[in-house]
Write a protein that binds this ligand. Structure first.
Ligand code: PLP
Length: 387
């Protein structure tokens, strides 16, 4: 049988994740394997923990990459802190907030949900009122709702949690390294992310961090064996007690991607994501295409673009993929057929990709009868890029 590789297309990944991966990360993954208890790997584990602390902006001792995708971070965040009947308040304004609720209910929590329509942020006053009446032990919120493109401001949550003596649980899957997550400054107690978004690694690990105060509130016995933080702490801590075989090549990849992020610098990286988001919005606007979310709540790494009336979602996405090798995402749930999700995450957030995408989108739209000028889009984006 022949090899798989020539059959796989090369794509420009401008969807909701995964994003493009830096060649240095791909190279790291191809390094020869060493054992997961090899001294070389043990020091790599230390290094990854230290680099993750820098990217999360935290001093938390319990900081590690969980062996699993972003959803493993969600499961770990919930199952280690929720016993049957634990009251939890979940902010829901998209698919991923809904998943936290589902996960918490499965763990037997008493869930109170505060909801906002898709495309809008959660009102912190509603959170404060609901928290005062349901007295939650945990308040959970999605920082970057990938399903809708909304960035949830985190500042008000710290005070609400302090007032209620509740732990703050944050899903930062799409925001980490694309927006400031600032775990310690925001008073976040439990935070999880994923490798395949703004870290520009393949999917497979979930960067995870827990405050000391939250570690004192672990449940007696975590329902999940695999994600039990006490056992994971013994494996990732000084004891190195074997728990499971860490995905070695993925940890090589993470090491390299975190190094690339810190070489660029967090501030510069956030600014790059901001500028490229602005350029995309300017370009789309010049082509008569609007955004789904109000400007002040727009995510920079994930842009929800309103599909113009009369334009067929799937026709355009299929053409972009087949003729231009560009992947973008469609809407999830209630937003299916209404928005495109254009990811400008990590390695995929580059000026030339934006210009290429605008040109390609314009051509696809024009060919289906939508009147627009791709040249105007490219010109407007170029203007924004040159500041
Ligand atoms: N949370 C958010 C905000 C996400 O965007 C995603 C994935 O897109 C997840 C959680 C789940 O992560 P994964 O698909 O890596 O399990």
């Amino acid at each position: 049988m022949d090899t798989l590789f020539p059959k796989l297309p090369e794509r420009l990944l401008l969807g909701p994740g995964p994003s493009n991966v830096h060649p240095r990360v791909l190279e790291a993954m191809s390094r020869p394997l060493i054992g997961h208890l090899d001294p070389g790997f043990l020091s790599l584990m230390n290094e990854n923990q230290e680099l993750l602390r820098a990217v999360f902006q935290t001093k938390n001792l319990m900081t590690l990459p969980l062996s699993g995708t972003g959803s493993s971070g969600m499961e770990a965040a919930v199952t280690n802190f929720i016993a049957p009947e634990t009251p939890i308040l979940v902010a829901i304004n998209g698919v991923f907030g809904g998943r936290i609720k589902d996960c918490a209910e499965r763990a037997g929590a008493v869930v109170t949900a505060v909801e906002a329509p898709f495309g809008k942020p959660i009102d912190p006053n509603e959170i404060a009122d609901a928290a005062a009446s349901c007295q939650p032990q945990i308040i959970a919120v999605v920082h970057a709702e990938t399903s809708t493109g909304v960035l949830q401001p985190l500042e008000p949550f710290r005070e609400i949690c302090e007032r209620q003596d509740a732990l703050l649980l944050v899903d930062a899957v799409t925001s980490l390294a694309g927006h400031p997550v600032a775990v310690d400054a925001h008073g976040i107690d439990i935070c999880y992310s994923g490798t395949q978004k703004c870290l520009s690694c393949p999917p497979g690990l979930s960067p995870f961090t827990v405050s000391d105060r939250a570690m004192e509130r672990l449940v007696e016995k975590c329902q999940s064996w695999y994600l039990d933080l006490r056992m994971l702490g013994a494996y990732w801590g000084s004891k190195r007690t074997y728990h499971h075989t860490a995905p070695i090549s993925m940890n090589y990849a993470l090491r390299e991607s975190l190094a690339i992020i810190l070489e660029e610098g967090l501030e510069r990286r956030w600014e790059r994501h901001r500028l490229h988001h602005k350029a995309l919005v300017a370009g789309l606007d010049a082509m008569g295409i609007g955004m789904y979310v109000a400007p002040e709540f727009r995510l920079h790494p994930l842009n929800t673009v309103t599909i113009p009336d009369g334009v067929d979602d799937l026709t355009i996405r299929a053409r972009l993929l087949e003729d231009f090798n560009i992947e973008i995402g469609g809407g999830l749930g209630a937003l299916a057929g209404k928005v495109w999700r254009v990811g400008l995450m990590g390695e995929s957030s580059k000026a030339n990709y934006i210009l290429y995408f605008l040109q390609a989108l314009g051509v696809c739209l024009r060919d289906t009868g939508y009147r627009c000028s791709p040249g105007d889009g490219v010109a407007a984006a170029t203007e924004t890029l040159s500041g």
